[in-house]
Ligand binder design. Structure first.
Ligand SMILES: NC(=O)c1ccc[n+]([C@@H]2O[C@H](COP(=O)([O-])OP(=O)(O)OC[C@H]3O[C@@H](n4cnc5c(N)ncnc54)[C@H](OP(=O)(O)O)[C@@H]3O)[C@@H](O)[C@H]2O)c1
Length: 243
């Protein structure tokens, strides 16, 4: 089960955190993996060195030509995991135009452009797996995540609309919605006992999730065994969104 030998995978934003664990898991199941980061090739290489057989690639997903740039470096892939994102925590009326553009650019426009670019080849080959990383903030309200939440909700709407268009070609499109996961992004909260306890109090499972709570679900969606799952979402949040 879950054999990805012969498959090529691109995991965006896999220099650390959830993306790194997804890349590691797909590689451990036989996929040839591209580890991707924004601009820092040394950081990307160092992550890639921890995943045998992987290849490091960088491309800033805020750039309007990101899909062309990245495709020129990877060529066709069978599995596309859209994991990279930017999150600025601010009150809804405090975002600068630049912060607005970069969040929309990386979290939404890049997802659309990359799906469009890589899906063509997947359709021709009759096999493809696209997984987006959303967030339980698609559903929950948070005073400092209005714009981030909007990008994730919009990305999920793309998934729901693109999935039926690609299903006849053996290409599935699904979303994973994590809750609070311990990654470098929220290390400041996670490593502060008091702030961490305040978050954990809201999680029915009583703890932060880890990247290893997320990666197995992505593996299922990317495998042959996941062929009949499309347009779906797996919420992985220890019950956070139920409260
Ligand atoms: N952690 C959570 O609690 C949580 C909860 C819900 C949803 N999520 C979602 O899960 C995904 C992974 O989260 P995470 O916490 O593991 O993230 P993270 O630790 O902040 O890592 C972000 C990754 O995205 C890449 N990235 C950032 N800006 C980029 C850009 N402009 N162009 C290309 N790549 C860029 C980073 O590359 P560099 O290293 O090169 O900068 C890094 O590899 C994200 O989509 C996030 O929104 C996370």
């Amino acid at each position: 089960m879950f054999d990805l030998k012969g498959k090529t995978a691109l995991v965006t934003g896999s220099t650390q955190g959830i993306g790194f664990e997804i890349a590691r898991t797909l590689a451990a199941h036989g996929a040839r993996v591209f580890v991707h980061g924004a601009r820092d090739m040394a950081k990307c290489k160092s992550a890639s060195e921890k995943i045998a057989g992987s290849t490091p690639v960088t491309a800033d997903l805020c750039a309007p030509d990101c899909a062309e740039v990245l495709f020129a470096k990877t060529g066709e892939v069978d599995i596309l995991v859209l994991n990279a994102s930017i999150q600025y925590k601010k009150a809804w009326d405090e975002y600068t135009a630049e912060e607005f553009d970069s969040q929309i650019g990386c979290n939404l426009r890049a997802s659309y452009l990359l799906m469009k670019k890589y899906a063509e080849g997947m359709k021709k080959r009759g096999f493809g797996r696209i997984v987006t990383l959303g967030s339980c903030n698609q559903y929950n309200q948070h005073p400092e995540l209005s714009l981030y939440a909007a990008t994730k909700a919009a990305q999920y709407k793309l998934v729901k609309n693109i999935a039926p268009a690609l299903a006849p070609f053996g290409v599935t499109v699904n979303n994973i919605a994590p809750g609070a996961i311990a990654t470098p992004r929220n290390a400041e909260i996670y490593e502060d006992g008091e702030r961490r306890a305040a978050v954990e109090e809201k999680i029915p499972a009583g703890r932060f999730g880890t990247p290893t709570d997320i990666a197995p679900a992505v593996l299922l969606l990317c495998s042959e065994e996941g062929a009949y799952i499309t347009g779906s979402e797996i919420v992985i949040d220890g019950g956070l969104s139920l409260k």
